[in-house]
Write a protein that binds this ligand. Sequence first.
Ligand SMILES: Cc1cc2nc3c(=O)[nH]c(=O)nc-3n(C[C@H](O)[C@H](O)[C@H](O)COP(=O)(O)OP(=O)(O)OC[C@H]3O[C@@H](n4cnc5c(N)ncnc54)[C@H](O)[C@@H]3O)c2cc1C
Length: 386
Amino acid sequence: MDSSVQEDRQAIRQAVRELCKDFPSAYWRDIDKYEKYPQDFVNALTASEYLAVLIPEEYGGAGLGVTEAGIILEEINRSGGNPGACHAQMYTMGTLLRHGSEEQKRRYLPAIAKGDLRLQAFAVTEPNAGSETTRIETRAVRKGDRYIVNGQKIFISRAKQSDLMLLLARTTPYDELKDKTQGLSVFLVDMRNVKGNMQIDPLDMMVNHHTNTIFFEDVEVPVENRIGEEGKGFRYIIDGWNVERILVASEAIGDGRWFIDRASSYARDRVVFGRPIGANQGIQFPIAQAYARVEAADLMRFDAAAKFDRKEKCGAEANMAKLLASEASWEAANVCLNTYGGYGFARDYDVERKFRETRLLTVAPVSNNLGLAFLGQNVLGMPKSY
Ligand SMILES: Cc1cc2nc3c(=O)[nH]c(=O)nc-3n(C[C@H](O)[C@H](O)[C@H](O)COP(=O)(O)OP(=O)(O)OC[C@H]3O[C@@H](n4cnc5c(N)ncnc54)[C@H](O)[C@@H]3O)c2cc1C
């Protein structure tokens, strides 16, 4: 790799570390404990333009790759923070960028790049469909120059902190379709001025993602806010999944490194039975093992990101990166908790908070079982379970 590219990436890493120093563990502890939205952190990240790195320069962004975006998120997690409150502002716009009309891109992307418009709500999951996205039931029925939306979504993060929402809805009834991946369409819903009734009810979750149930009752969406062709929405959404998986893998790597740093440092300092607990192989080896797994997952993350940035197929690598990184980080979390003993359960040490936060990454935005199914079925050619 070109050494100037490497230097640029190192500079981003360093700059994000500096920014994160203003948001120490005590800040995140408070956000978690009182379930607040980390507005000051989001403002700082927006002002630094890190949330706009994936937007091309012609639309006001930095025009960088998913490799750089991943480094930014990794460093936030590694600092002890959590970018879940705003990470979707980075990548949700990808559907608009890849499949929107030029007019839509000019209308929205520059304002998203500046942070004047928040597009960080992404509404796919439904109670009756779960991981089987092609079974969603929320209907969008065309009436002249608008669609009328009725239905329900669940687990929709940041809906109350977003101006726009990317919505996947059904435009053709399921039983009228030959190809079940057709019949869904993507819409950009302007939540600042909704016509109809859109009820957003916060869910009480183990981790603070500002996650909601959303009910749509005769919500009107102008036809001009449909992205791409009617009925092709599932393909457009799938198209964004690789980026999301690579970025979530990067966050998991950041968490994994945070746990290893904390665990090894505590194991060096904590003296019991007259010696540092890290001298005991029962403590030392699990930390070393978790470290090796995090580092191995990191190689897969960079491989997936490089392929994506070279516009090569990367479905297998993106799925493997997300799977390996989230599992490595979860292992590191458990090892860190064991290393801290009882102190690991005390909120002041941050381990229990990060433990809960990193656990989510094995389940959302996609469950690791679905990643394994992708590998088993699409890469290894075994029979499909769905
Ligand atoms: C904090 C949080 C934030 C979220 N934010 C969003 C958001 O912003 N937008 C959004 O659209 N969604 C969001 N989600 C939803 C998330 O994407 C889903 O929870 C996830 O995709 C799994 O769907 P499900 O919960 O319905 O599980 P289900 O589909 O009911 O699955 C339950 C279990 O069965 C397994 N399973 C199902 N089918 C198979 C199979 N064929 N083979 C093997 N195993 C299988 C799954 O892997 C899982 O372990 C969020 C979830 C959480 C927890």
